[in-house]
Design a binder for this molecule. Sequence first.
Ligand code: 13P
Length: 251
Amino acid sequence: MRKPFIAGNWKMNTDAAGASALAAGLAKALAGVTTVDVAVCPPFVYLQRVAEALAGSTIRLGAQDVYFEDNGAFTGEISCAMLKDVCCTYVIVGHSERRHVIGETDALINKKVAAVIASGLQPILCAGELLEEREAGKTESVVAGQIRKGLAGITAEQMAAVTIAYEPVWAIGTGRTATAAQAQEVHAMIRELLGEMYNERVAAQTRIQYGGSAKPSNTAELMANADVDGLLVGGAGLKVDDFAAMIKTVA
Ligand code: 13P
């Protein structure tokens, strides 16, 4: 009932030629894959050329961030309308690197989620605990708090547009993946939370991705969990062979 959804977050990587080549390579490698929703999220400046490279493929385009205002004097920012203009479908919101490196707050993230949904784009709302928070037994309260605050004011109907990504910060870019059991435990908690915040239908329908050192060798194990509906992939998403292998494993 929940179609698997695998997205590549390219972060601040690639260059113009590399972005086009990666997108074209994926379009070719994944031609004919229809049982998994696939998206790539390149840097803003390469969205347009990646959209061109993906033309005719089923791979969707996503952005890594957005600003919540429609337009105006917000130097350096990018609006939802601009992202739609270059053919985006998804927007990652509240990635841990934006929370912990750039300093985004739950309040700002909530405004972004609301703006993304209002524009017709689909947010991938990220949540995840730091290592010290996990070690202090705070995983559940941190993740639940980020999700409650990130989704404040979002209705049950609007939740149809939302994907949640659970990304334990200690697993991102470290090679240290959460075990399948650790991922499942938090995913199940998130689904229960969605049931409390909304209803059983929203809990059952919302896709929850896992992110953090996901790669070809751990894809099957992670995806075998009942509540893991997809992956948000960093490093392995920068290689055609690795990313395509992960999707084919799931397909
Ligand atoms: P890595 O797959 O490189 O650990 O990154 C995960 C991530 O942050 C995806 O958004």
